[in-house]
Design a protein around this ligand. Sequence first.
Ligand code: SF4
Length: 308
Amino acid sequence: MAYKGTVYRPPIEANSFLLPITEGCTHNTCTFCSMFHNIPFRMLPLEEVEDFLARTKAAAETAGLGVGYRSRGINCERVKRVYFVGADPFALPAHRLLERIDLAKRYLPNATVFTMYARTDNIERKSDEDLRALKDAGVNDLYIGVETGLDDVLSYYDKGYSAQQTLEQCERLGRAGIRHCDLLMLGAAGRGRGIENARATAQLENASKPHKILMTTLTAYEGTKLNDDIERGAFELADETETLQEEKELISCLNLPGCEFWAAHPLDVVPLVGYLGPDTQEMLDDLDYAIEQIDASAVNRIGRKGSL
Ligand code: SF4
């Protein structure tokens, strides 16, 4: 298989079996994102997916391991969780996803969870019946790029949906029994709006009830409209101190006991991982310490700019 583009996955899926089923992004116009520029969206035909599975199995069997990662000695019997690679594989119609799940199960007979990125409009286009069928087949833990609870910011980034639309689709997932893990972006609203962004985003998350929250921090990549806007002075990034204060406000406003809060992305200023409720105070203390110690001007000179 000649897969086009970089393989991205949430850091917490490091131990999952990565199975490419789409290339590119159906939307591909978010103004901060350059991940899939020049890569048209494409559904990988079943033959290509099967070729990947068959070649992986053959390579692992040569090493006496079965399907899996040779270096870790995982064989086909041990693969429980499959991560479908692509910007938004959930864009595929339900019957196409079910075909790929059935195929994967032939090679990975004990796989029970199939996870992937999903955009809000991917969910909107599926019926409740589709969602239940996908849940029954093992789909769970969909990663949704929620980013922010502020509609003007979502609009500026051309995300293609409002906070209310995301909330409604998360509620539909919940009724189908599918958990969602939300990706939020610190600094999304720019300089001077960190607290406002934290409060609006916490309000959305408290209503949508994610299984996990994954944080990243707004970064300007070359070749994006955001980067152009910053260079011509139309958008100003929050500095590191404001970003940490925003994160502190967000955690303080979240009322999601037991939800995992994962903020250890390479773009995050202070790595934090904990469960809201039992670990909330410790995470707030860590942020207070960082806010006291950080030299924002020095960190900003190092810069969070470039590419992943
Ligand atoms: S942020 Fe996600 S939805 Fe937006 S263009 Fe990038 S990959 Fe596509």
